[in-house]
Design a protein around this ligand. Structure first.
Ligand SMILES: Cc1cc2nc3c(=O)[nH]c(=O)nc-3n(C[C@H](O)[C@H](O)[C@H](O)COP(=O)(O)OP(=O)(O)OC[C@H]3O[C@@H](n4cnc5c(N)ncnc54)[C@H](O)[C@@H]3O)c2cc1C
Length: 416
């Protein structure tokens, strides 16, 4: 069972984990998401001053606001040309999710590789100390120290800071990229398996072969408004990415998994996860719902302890979602996967209905729950959103292929 965590336990400068707060936040920042965003989005002004970007990611990641809902609002406020830059950024999220659906092996190799990296940390005390210093903000680079501090204090980093941090971690500090991705994932309020892991791979030169991201001193100084001015000599001159670590290249594209939607005639248990905090967008009224539960899964993000604020944010977001649907929801924890079947069986349900769970730790956990569900005669049924069904088939290669299709995607989604 989860604690009785509510939004009030989070510090006042943290985003409030409710749908109302998400919508109010969107209404507040919407006027800035046109020309102002396009001109200023690359500037990282530092903790508490990120008004050049939307800071919507903790809400978008949990679909407290959906991508099409946000896109429609931006189009209404700014039109397709002035709003284009922002829409292109939102599309990165959909692209990365779709890309990982097409190559789930990349998630599996990250997960296995991370375990190997953590075992290496146990054996290699120099490496362990170097990682501890980087995470604690005790390197020789002020900028890295400030970003590590901001990440652990606030659960947020500006996109540019994420790129610089990842690049310096990999190429200057020469630390294993998966440990850096894990550090981010344990602390980011918007932590997302696809966006986080694939962004780290992109910086490392593993996502688009031959293309890596090198943090440069002048760029950091310029886009932090000279809050930081690292010495160019202190940053590695990067000439190649980590392609050699994966000599076989990318695994083959897989067909998209095609979920089966819940069946109206079957006794149902409704499962609410942070993958989609708007299950009420689907036709719940058509179902014979016998039980409802939230499933807290933040702890699955890493074998290491996940930041307390991440756990709190998830718990409060799930509580907010549940109370929109029902007065009575159980609080499940993603511990023993077999518990899922026991919960459904106790309720007399023959199917579990939930919005689609994409590749990542929760998908792994649901896969682990399948044998017990099969034994109990309970099927897992998922709704997939139209937006995902429209974008994901195109996420087969680089992002720019998808970006070129933006007008077509908006048209297919009825958003033009
Ligand atoms: C190393 C690294 C790790 C990252 N890890 C995550 C993560 O775990 N979760 C996450 O949501 N984003 C991640 N990002 C992407 C991006 O940095 C954040 O989405 C963005 O900074 C969130 O802040 P915002 O809402 O103010 O962004 P805005 O600039 O206001 O963008 C609006 C929205 O567009 C989407 N978006 C923008 N840029 C990207 C991007 N490059 N990739 C994917 N979506 C994007 C986000 O949903 C964001 O909320 C990562 C980027 C890097 C370089």
């Amino acid at each position: 069972m989860t604690d009785e965590t509510t939004a009030e336990t989070l510090a006042p400068d943290w985003p409030t984990p409710t749908r109302d707060a998400a919508e109010a936040h969107l209404a507040r920042v919407l006027p800035q998401l046109g020309a102002r965003y396009a001109h200023n989005r690359n500037v990282d002004k530092g903790t508490g001053r990120h008004d050049a970007v939307s800071r919507l990611s903790p809400y978008l990641r949990r679909r407290m606001i959906t991508e099409p809902g946000l896109i429609a609002a931006v189009l209404r406020a700014h039109g397709p040309e002035t709003g284009e830059r922002f829409l292109q950024e939102v599309l990165w999220r959909s692209y990365f999710k779709g890309w990982l659906e097409r190559r789930p092996q990349v998630w599996q190799s990250y997960r296995d590789g991370l375990r190997a990296d953590l075992a290496q940390l146990d054996r290699d005390s120099d490496l362990r100390r170097a990682v501890e210093r980087a995470e604690a903000g005790q390197t020789d680079l002020d900028c890295m120290n400030a970003w590590a501090q901001e990440l652990t204090d606030t659960g947020y980093l500006h996109n540019h800071a994420r790129m610089w941090f990842a690049s310096i971690w990999i190429f200057t500090l020469r630390l294993p990229w998966r440990l850096g991705a894990d550090f981010f994932y344990r602390h980011l309020l918007d932590g997302d398996p696809a966006s986080n892991m694939l962004s780290w791979r992109w910086v490392a030169g593993l996502h688009t072969r031959g293309k890596f991201y090198a943090a440069e001193a002048w760029n950091i100084a310029k886009f932090t408004d000279h809050r930081f001015s690292p010495d160019a000599a202190d940053l590695a001159g990067v000439t190649e990415g980590l392609e050699n670590q994966e000599p076989d290249g990318l695994p083959e594209l897989q067909p998209l998994r095609t979920p089966v939607a819940p069946d109206a005639g079957v006794p149902t248990a409704l499962l609410i996860t942070e993958e989609d905090c708007r299950p009420d967008d689907f036709a719940l009224g058509d179902l014979d719902i016998r039980a409802r539960a939230t499933l807290a899964a933040s702890a699955l993000r890493s074998p290491r302890p996940v930041g307390g604020k991440v756990v709190e944010f998830e718990a409060a977001a799930l509580a907010d979602t549940a109370q929109r649907i029902t007065r009575k929801a159980e609080n499940l924890q993603a511990n023993d996967p077999a518990e899922l079947a026991r919960w459904a069986t106790r309720a007399g349900a023959r199917q579990i209905a939930t919005p689609y769970v994409p590749e990542g730790p929760l998908r792994d956990w649901l896969n682990a729950a399948k044998p017990a569900l099969d034994n109990a005669g309970v099927t897992l049924r998922e709704w997939r959103r139209d937006w995902d069904a429209i974008v994901w088939p195109h996420a087969t290669a680089g992002y720019f292929k998808v970006r070129k299709k933006l007008p077509e995607l908006l048209h297919d989604a009825g958003l033009d």
